[in-house]
Ligand binder design. Structure first.
Ligand SMILES: [Fe+2]
Ligand SMILES: [Fe+2]
Length: 149
């Protein structure tokens, strides 16, 4: 398989655990890339989508805990972005389970934009707080969309 994107240290958010999760997103992109041109990739697409859904649930929850514990003040706005992204993946998966054909390009663009906008943009913003935690900050939890945590 030709690697489309390679992890680089400039992508690091300063946590081995969270960086490891982000590398999994890059792995999903690398799996999606060869599926862009062909037909009959439904099974492979569905497999990547399932991985992605499991992955984002785990990753978002771990990242939100890390931000709270580090006292990162904007964690609620960050969590709202996670909730919206999870809803998109959940809905795609639900559609696929109800027989709707998955669009490789759509899924690829979605994940690629997450990488560029969220991981390399929004996620990077908590990095200084992980490096120098401010645990006295308010870390009370909230539900933005009624889903249990
Ligand atoms: Fe992240
Ligand atoms: Fe994030």
């Amino acid at each position: 398989m030709v690697t489309f994107i390679t992890w680089g240290s400039e992508m690091s958010v300063g946590s081995e655990l969270l960086d490891g999760h982000h590398r999994m997103i890059i792995d999903c992109l690398n799996q999606l890339h060869p599926l862009l041109d062909g037909n009959g990739n439904e099974a492979q697409l569905a497999k990547v989508l399932t991985q992605l859904e499991e992955f984002v649930l785990l990753h978002f929850s771990e990242e939100e805990q890390a931000m709270r514990h580090a006292g990162y003040p904007d964690w609620r706005a960050h969590k709202d972005q996670h909730d919206r992204m999870y809803d998109v993946v959940f809905n795609l998966k639900a559609d696929a389970e109800h027989g709707r054909a998955l669009d490789a390009r759509h899924l690829f663009d979605l994940v690629y934009n997450w990488l560029l906008d969220h991981i390399l943009g929004t996620d990077k913003q908590y990095q200084p707080f992980l490096a120098a935690p401010h645990p006295e900050a308010d870390d009370s939890w909230h539900r933005s969309n009624g889903r249990p945590y």
